[in-house]
Structures are given as structure tokens and as C-alpha cells.
Design a protein around this ligand. Structure first.
Ligand code: ZN
Length: 310
């Protein structure tokens, strides 16, 4: 645990009628940009970045900026003895984003918050959703399946790796909600996985991604950028297209190789994992392993497989 969880209590009132939601409008016209932390309660990097940005009294140079601490109920349950438990209270906030779920009869802590926050996303032009990963991995942008998502990730310049994927069978992600996933609609969203949940580097990745996101939309004064934007030259970005998601089917799943995030297995047909009686082989040469799990559990994703497309 290399990071300190900030006390977010000072942001509880919100600027309007939603707790932990702060909206600032410039006199100059411009887009409405939403930056969100805590879609998952134990992914603290985004909360550190937004706590800093709000604490620095950031105001948009044009348009409207909204900062959202989403699943604060889960965040407040964080227990260092059980750090993975506070990802959510009842269910994953990031699997709820279809009309049938949001408008349906089901209730949960996360659904109540999602229904309250929906108006924020409905009013947004652009959304940056800040996350982190269970296992150590270089930062990743999750750009969704539309060309516009990839273009937005490339426009930011960070992170170096961009994953083009369709999300989860278990439910739609916020970044794929409604118009964000419509190729004809200019509104756009990007999810950034800033590193491992509690590694020292992740909050700075979140902060730099946020600054670049706001800069891209002309929302930051140059002096604020000069003071805070990392001036180091960036490595070129590469895009990885996810071709399949390997779901764990039994209680005896194990990778056949030491599997780390963004490992590339050069030969197609290499034994990748054993899942009960099933042997799983890499489907093609230069197969990239995206977010392989260290805690395999039946029904969950073991790894996404993809290939470099740029
Ligand atoms: Zn997450």
C-alpha cells in the first residue's frame, strides 16, 4: 500500500443537489467535460487526482467541468485488511449502463447512485473515467469499440497502450453508455486504467491523464498547465484490439505460463492455461495478454487476448 486514501469529506456537499459532485461553468462557451473517480470504490488514484484538482481550485477556462466521486459508499468501506472487498457495496457500478437495468425494478446501493448520477452523464459531452487495476500492469486506455474512442485516446497522448474492446458480457460499462458508444454521436468517453490500485505512480498517471483530457478540450489556462503538466516526451502509443475474453469455467484454473499484463506470447498454439479438463491455447502469433488475473475465480475473466493493430 504505497498511497494514502484522502478524506473526501470536504467534497460531500457537492455544488448542487448531488453529494460528491462538483460542477463549475465558465462564462465562455465550451463543452461539458466530466472527470470521474471511484467508479470502483477501492481504485483510489482518481480520487487523489480529483481531490488535488478541486483542492487547487481549478476552474474551466471555457465550458463546464464536472468532477464526480462516484461510489463513495464503497470507498468509505475500505479496509486495508481486505482491500479488494471495497470495489463495490452490492454490485459492480460499471456493469449497469443500459436502459433496461437503469430503468428496471432492481435496487442496490450502486443502482441508486447510478440512477442519481445518470443526469450528469446525460448532460456530458466528454467523460474521463479513472480506474486502476488489481494486478501490476502498465497503464492502459480502454477506448471501447468505436473509432472515436481510439481517436480520443490518441489525442491525449497517454497512456502508451490503448485497448480497443467491447467491454463485459456481465453488463455495460459507463464508458459504453448510450451515445458514448454511438459512432454517429460526437459525445465521447475514455476509461483509463492508471496502474495497480495502490502503487505510488497511479495517482500521478490519473492526474496527468486528467490534465491532458482537459487540455484537449481547451479547458485549462496555460499557466495552470505549465505548472502541473509533466513535460517529459511521451513514448509512441500502440493500440491492441481485444479478440477474445477468456472466462474461468471451473474451480481449478491456472495459467500455464507466468502471465503478466501486456506479455506477448510469440507463437500461436502455445498452452496458455488449464481450466479443469480444458486446455486453452493462444489463438495466434504475438498474442497480447491484457489484465490476466492473479486471483482466478469461476465465472470471472481470466484474461483478455488481443493483438497489436498499430
Ligand atoms: Zn475499475
Amino acid at each position: 500500500m504505497e498511497v494514502v486514501f484522502p478524506d473526501l469529506g470536504r467534497w460531500a456537499p457537492g455544488s448542487g443537489n448531488l453529494p460528491y459532485v462538483w460542477r463549475f461553468a465558465s462564462d465562455r462557451p465550451g463543452p461539458h467535460v466530466v472527470v470521474q473517480a471511484l467508479t470502483h470504490g477501492n481504485e483510489v488514484c482518481g480520487a487523489i487526482a480529483l481531490d488535488w484538482l478541486l483542492g487547487a481550485a481549478f476552474r474551466p477556462a471555457r465550458g463546464t467541468f464536472t468532477a464526480v466521486f462516484a461510489n463513495v459508499d464503497a470507498y468509505q468501506l475500505f479496509d486495508p485488511a481486505e482491500p479488494f472487498a471495497s470495489r463495490c457495496v452490492d454490485e459492480d457500478f460499471n456493469r449497469l449502463w443500459t436502459d433496461d437495468v437503469l430503468d428496471g425494478p432492481r435496487t442496490s446501493t450502486e443502482l441508486a447512485r447510478a440512477r442519481a448520477l445518470r443526469q450528469v452523464y446525460d448532460a456530458a459531452d466528454y467523460l474521463l473515467d479513472l480506474h486502476s487495476m488489481t494486478d501490476a500492469c502498465l497503464p492502459l486506455a480502454l477506448a471501447g469499440r468505436q473509432r472515436k474512442g481510439l481517436e480520443l485516446a490518441l489525442a491525449l497522448g497517454v497512456p502508451a497502450h490503448i485497448v480497443v474492446d467491447a467491454g463485459h458480457a456481465a453488463g455495460k460499462r459507463l464508458r459504453d453508455y448510450a451515445f458514448f458508444d454511438d459512432p454517429e454521436d460526437p459525445r465521447n468517453a475514455l476509461l483509463v486504467e492508471c496502474g495497480q490500485h495502490w502503487e505510488r505512480a497511479a495517482p500521478e498517471v490519473a492526474r496527468q491523464a486528467t490534465l491532458r483530457f482537459l487540455r484537449h478540450f481547451g479547458m485549462i489556462e496555460p499557466a495552470f498547465l505549465d505548472e502541473h503538466l509533466d513535460p517529459q516526451p511521451l513514448p509512441p502509443q500502440r493500440a491492441i484490439e481485444v479478440t477474445e475474453v477468456l472466462t474461468i469455467e471451473t474451480d481449478s484454473f491456472a495459467f500455464a505460463t507466468p502471465a503478466f499484463g501486456l506479455d506477448v506470447l510469440p507463437k500461436g498454439g502455445t498452452l496458455l492455461a488449464r481450466d479443469g479438463d480444458r486446455d486453452v491455447f493462444t489463438p495466434y502469433d504475438d498474442c497480447v495478454l491484457i489484465m490476466p488475473t492473479r486471483r482466478p475465480r469461476r465465472g470471472e475473466t481470466a484474461v483478455r487476448l488481443g493483438r497489436f493493430v498499430s
